[in-house]
Design a protein around this ligand. Structure first.
Ligand code: HH2
Length: 276
């Protein structure tokens, strides 16, 4: 019996490739086409199943990037990768999503959970992620604008269930759902979502989770008031990715493909034996 009880299939690993100057962790590293392609192929060699190409940072406080500029950044990279690995396009723009699909992307990673019609029109997959507000304001933790939910798990599950149903009715065959860790959530909200992943898995759609290097991991692992920088959050990233797949996530979105793949494989072997 597979350890990954919700599915007989191995969990997938999505490697992050931000072709941006300002992403919170890898911003500026892959702006040049050659470097981006090389990094993507490195992640494929490390075991990535999907490469998630983005031309706009959605970190807290980020400004919108015009569609033309996103397209200029991502298209040459997608064209070079398509056919060699599955490519997803990380965007909130219908124009960018359509251009990326034209260049060979087969999955739209949509942090706005609003682009299902583009996916339906082009016959590609769609990831619906939950975000409260928009990147510019979502993590405004002043008292009046603090992200607030009644029951964070059930509210977000209800939202994603409805979006997934609308997308399926519009003709999207492959619909993923993602609770949107860090997108308009406090540390406590993020932890509650990780604890409550089961509620998302139960909806019957494949679940994607992205914790990689995010701020809440810094808060949770802070010592003596010192919050580790994104560069120092690798163990926490791998640990939470493993947690997510054990709780039934079918894909994890990560910056560090090799250690994540290793951790998932290592954990699978002894536990499968114990369950045999
Ligand atoms: N997180 C980020 C971006 N896209 N997509 C999904 N589906 N789920 C996520 O959790 C998610 C996402 C933020 O991470 P990153 O791309 O590394 O940073 P930035 O937004 O600064 O480019």
């Amino acid at each position: 019996m597979s350890l990954f009880a919700a599915s007989s299939r191995r969990p997938l690993v999505m490697g992050v490739l931000n072709v941006t100057p300002d992403s919170f962790f890898d911003g500026g590293r892959w702006l040049e086409r050659g470097a981006a392609i090389e990094r993507a192929l490195e992640m494929v060699a490390e075991g990535a199943d999907v490469i998630d190409v983005g031309g706009e940072s959605t970190r807290p406080g980020a400004q919108d990037v015009p569609a033309e500029e996103q397209i200029r950044r991502v298209l040459p990279v997608i064209e070079a990768l398509a056919g060699r690995v599955r490519v997803s396009i990380d965007t909130r723009s219908a124009q960018v999503a359509a251009a990326a699909v034209g260049a060979g992307a087969t999955l739209i990673n949509d942090v706005s959970a609003s682009l299902w019609q583009v996916a339906a029109d082009h016959g590609v997959g769609w990831i619906a992620m939950h975000m409260l507000g928009d990147p510019l304001t979502m993590q405004d933790l002043t008292m009046q604008d603090r992200p607030a939910y009644g029951d964070v798990v059930s509210e977000i599950a209800t939202f994603l269930k409805a979006r997934a149903e609308v997308a399926a009715a519009a003709g999207v065959d492959e619909v993923w759902i993602d609770p949107g860790i860090g997108f308009g959530k406090t540390v406590e909200h993020n932890l509650a979502l990780l604890r409550g992943l089961d509620a998302f898995v139960k909806l019957g759609r494949p679940v994607l989770v992205g914790t990689s290097r995010k701020g809440f991991l810094g808060s949770v692992t802070a010592r003596n008031g010192v919050v580790p920088a994104p560069e120092d959050r690798i163990e926490a990233s791998v640990a939470t990715a493993v947690w997510a797949v054990l709780r039934g996530a079918r894909m994890v979105r990560v910056h560090d493909v090799a250690p994540t793949v290793h951790a998932i494989r290592l954990m699978e072997a002894p536990l499968e034996e114990a369950m045999a």
